[in-house]
Write a protein that binds this ligand. Sequence first.
Ligand SMILES: [Zn+2]
Length: 392
Amino acid sequence: MRIHAVIVSATFVATASLSAQTSDCSAYSRDSSVVALLHSLDAVAAVGSVWDNYTLARHPIVLVDQPRDTTRSGCAVIWRYREPLQEVTLGSRIRMSTPLYGMWDGNAVGPHPTANGQIIQTALRPVPAELESTLRSRGDMRAVLLTAPIRFDELGALGKALAGMKADPTIVSTQLAVHESYHLHSQIPVWLDQPHEYSWPKWDVQPDRRMLTSRCYSADNVSDIHRREMEALLRAWDIVKDSSSESARGQLRDAARAYVSLRLERYRIVDTTSVAIPGGALRCMAAEDMMELEEGAPQWMSYDTAVRAGVMTLDAVGRSATDAFYVSGTFQLWILQRVVGRDEMRRISGRITRAASPTDKDASIFRVFAKRVAGVDVKPPASSSRHSSPES
Ligand SMILES: [Zn+2]
């Protein structure tokens, strides 16, 4: 009750002050850091598809500036490749998913959302009516929203961490544009049982990320082997990232085989370990396959596109993360692309996103990597790996 009263009065104050706001957003898209980001979005859109038929060139991005000073109105500018920018003055604040980005989906949820869809449904937020009507009038039914410019000093602990990493705000935002737009336009429409223009496996169901990390990666009995496994993968990447010589191919195969065998060894150790999913559980192998698809793939496509666009260099690519599936997914895909070439990579990603079941030979980045890069056949997890409850 007390909380409710506080929220009501805060809302009243915000509404009252917004009515007295200034409302000139005509200069927003000429701000130098916004201009830099717009050029960067143009550059990544010009690269075209690196994964199946997905490209940022087909989707709008809304840049949003919401000053802390609520007497000033927020501004938005809608970007779409090779189309004029459109500025919108915001009459109320947008609730972003994180301080850096938000998502808007104007489509109704279909009758049969998947388990992932039922979760994401509650996280999607409306945008102010003036922005929604502008997007709809352009025929845009979904959009990723990015905070621009990113001001590290206004982001608390996140801003401190990004500043400490010497993160370049333009690169951070460009990667988010590609990565989050993939979630929004490819995965989420399938999860929400909506019309969709890209393929994504309907059987995809997200395991508990924290449980996956603590049980499959960092538990005492596997943390050392997992560390060596990731070292072997990065060794393989370092061999192939700048070279395509025959001698490098031999070294690559050795490093890739070391990676595959260490990972399979780890799966033997965690043989009875499982990770919760909505309504059940998965073994580590199946859970990691799922997260490499969900997060490793968008992460890789955002890196590869940004590097090819000249927005970032290969050396700036992150090589570690607590949620190691981002890193393992990224580098398996990148090594695979170096080995098979860009055209075959797009065919492979097309087959991955259309795989009929999680045990399909194309349904796992790890199995495709093991086969095509290391020459090792990895058996899919048995279908009985889906348990009714997680075991430790
Ligand atoms: Zn993501």
